[in-house]
Design a protein around this ligand. Sequence first.
Ligand SMILES: Cc1cc2nc3c(=O)[nH]c(=O)nc-3n(C[C@H](O)[C@H](O)[C@H](O)COP(=O)(O)O)c2cc1C
Length: 312
Amino acid sequence: MSFTAKIWDTEFPGVIYNSSGPRCTTLEELSSLWDSTSSAIMMKSCSPEPREGNPLPRYSEVELGSINSIGLANHGYKKYIEYAAELKKQFPNKPIVVSIVGFSHEDFIMLVTAFQNEENVDVLEVNLSCPNVVGKPQIAYDFEWSDELIAKLFAIPGDKPIGFKLPPYFDPIHTEMMAEVLRKYPVSFITCINSVGNTLIIDPETEQPLIAPKWWLGGLGWDYVKPIALANVRSFYKLLGDKVTIIWCGGIKSWVDVFEHLLAGASMVQLGTVLGKEGTDCFERIEKEFYTYMDKKWYTDIKQVIWKLQEL
Ligand SMILES: Cc1cc2nc3c(=O)[nH]c(=O)nc-3n(C[C@H](O)[C@H](O)[C@H](O)COP(=O)(O)O)c2cc1C
C-alpha cells in the first residue's frame, strides 16, 4: 500500500497530521507529537512577539464540536526556532511545519525570511485566517491585501515550500477570487479551513455564552464545520488541483471523514479538535481505521481515491 505524501521535495510518511492549534504550543506538546504516528509536526501559529492571547474562558467543547477564541497565544517565533532545532535533533525523520501569523506585511515578511533561513524547518504554512483577534479581520477575506502580501512572500529568497491556511469561503465568487490570486504564485499547498469564526454558543442551563472574549463570539471546529470544509476542499481542487496540493482540516474524527475528504480532492488531512479532545492516540486510531477501510475496498494507493467523488 502506498499512503505517503509529498509537498515539493518534503516527504511525509503518511497523510494524517495535526493542525496548528490544539496541543502544539509547548516543546513538551510538540515532542509528544513526535512520539505519536502523526505524519508531521505542525507547530502553533507563531507571531513576531510572544502573545498571551485572549482572556479566559476562551475554549469550550460541546457535543458537536469546539468553540475557541484563543487569540493566537504563542511563545513568539524565536522560541519555535529553538523548538524546531531541539525536535530535529531528537527526531530527525518527520517533517516540521511552522505556522506563521502576523498583523502587517512587514511581520509576515520578517517571519518568512527567518524561517526560510532555518534549516530545521521543512515547510511554511502562512496563516491568513485567524478569526479570533479582536479588531483584526480574517486576512484572506481581503483579496487585494492578500495578493500584495503573497507577491512579497514569494520574492523572499528560499527554497522551502510555502502554503496558506484559508478561512472558509461561503460563496463561490469568493473562492474563485482567492483561487485567481493563488494561481499567480508558486504556492505549494493550501489548507482548508480555519475555524468558522464569529459564532455564538449559549448554555441554556447557565443562560450564558460559553466563551468570554470578543463579545462571546468564537471559531467553530469539528462536526459543525465538516460540510463547509468539504465544500471548500472540493471547490479549490476544481480551481487549483492541477497546481496546488489541497490539505483538508475541519471536522475529522474518524476514518470516514478522511475518506470523504480524499474523495473531495484533499491529498493530506490535519486533525484539530479531535487531537484536543482525545490526545495523540487519535492519529493511530484514525490511521488504522482508514487503512482497514482502504484494504477492504482493495485500494492500494491514495491516488485511487483523491478527487474520485462519483458524479450523480
Ligand atoms: C484551541 C484551538 C486553537 C487553534 N489555534 C489555531 C492557530 O493557532 N492557527 C491556526 O491556523 N488554526 C488554529 N485553530 C484552528 C484549527 O487548526 C482548525 O483549522 C479548526 O479547528 C478546524 O479543524 P477541526 O474541526 O479539526 O478542529 C485552532 C483551533 C482550536 C480548537
